[in-house]
Design a protein around this ligand. Structure first.
Ligand SMILES: Nc1ncnc2c1ncn2[C@@H]1O[C@H](COP(=O)(O)OP(=O)(O)OP(=O)(O)O)[C@@H](O)[C@H]1O
Ligand SMILES: [Mg+2]
Length: 276
């Protein structure tokens, strides 16, 4: 008898590769500017992989390409072996790939709880005929979603603001809310764009702890863009470095941090100024 497990980590396609996400030879031009320049890298299942690099290196653009917000000019994007390069953002989201934005995008005039309840993609209550024909089932699903939302809020220590307008949250709380919206979707992989930006030390530790816990206990894979080197060094392994649209280096955080090419990429402007 064959065993059929329904874990989000089990791979329906029979893909046994350790790589959950792979970008191959990705290129993106904006007019005359090449933002992503034949960039290739892979993200192993269960890792918290860091994506760092100087301002304008192309990191956010890579996220926009992976999540289907903008189309690549060429190259491939594979999720669990499946080519997702031609899919819409909602189709990619439905496959368990979620992202947060460099600037949080909460629905400011809705409550924190309502923001979470918006998320589940398969909510059958949105289809009015379902509501008519299968009222009880829809109601059960809504109850489940509500329970899940309450759990997520408790886990992120946001219960005390659950009825607050999301627009009134602090910058750091908005980051937590974004993470909460990801959790509502039962993701395989979460892409985080600068989770530490504008967040105080205490909250930063909460966010880091959450990420570590979710990777360890729930097997969620993370790819995370960050300029806060403390966070990257404590949390991420491996670390991928981008510069001028390409992958410049990759490896354990300590090795990458001391790599001559990486130091030059970060300090390049200063070297040039000192020499000039
Ligand atoms: N929609 C766009 N139209 C035109 N140019 C863009 C667009 N998006 C990004 N760029 C340009 O592409 C380059 C890469 O930008 P990107 O936002 O990916 O960098 P980044 O590595 O995320 O930088 P930062 O660390 O400052 O967030 C930059 O030169 C940027 O100005
Ligand atoms: Mg960016």
């Amino acid at each position: 008898m064959t065993e059929t497990t329904e874990s989000p980590l089990s791979d329906a396609g029979g893909n046994q590769e350790p790589w959950l996400l792979e970008v191959r030879d990705l290129v993106k031009n904006f007019g005359g500017l090449r933002a992503v320049d034949h960039c290739s890298f892979r993200v192993e299942r269960g890792t918290i992989t860091g994506l760092i690099g100087p301002n304008g290196a192309g990191k956010t653009t890579v996220f926009n390409l992976i999540t289907g917000f903008i189309p690549p000019d060429s190259g491939r994007i594979l999720l669990a072996g499946e080519d997702i390069g031609h899919l819409r953002p909602d189709q990619i989201f439905a496959r368990g790939l979620c992202r947060t934005f460099q600037i949080p995008r909460e629905h400011g005039s809705m409550s924190v709880l309502e923001n979470l309840l918006l998320v589940p993609p398969e909510q059958s209550g949105e289809r009015w005929w379902n509501a008519l024909i299968r009222g009880a089932q829809v109601q059960a699903e809504e109850t489940r979603n509500l329970e899940k939302a309450r759990e997520v809020l408790e886990y992120l220590q946001l219960t005390h603001v659950s009825n607050e307008y999301a627009g009134n949250l602090s910058g750091g709380q908005k980051k937590l809310l974004e993470l909460g919206r990801m959790l509502m979707a039962d993701p395989q992989i979460i892409l985080l764009d600068e989770p530490a930006a504008g967040v105080n030390r205490t909250l930063l530790r909460t966010i880091s702890d959450n990420i570590q816990y979710l990777a360890r206990e729930r097997g969620i894979t993370f790819l995370l863009i960050e300029h806060d080197m403390n966070m990257v060094m404590n949390l991420c392994n491996p670390v991928i470095v981008m510069s001028e649209g390409r992958k410049l280096a990759e490896g354990e955080p300590d090795i990458v941090r001391n790599d001559k090419n990486v130091l030059e990429a970060y300090l390049g402007g200063q070297y040039a100024a000192a020499e000039g």
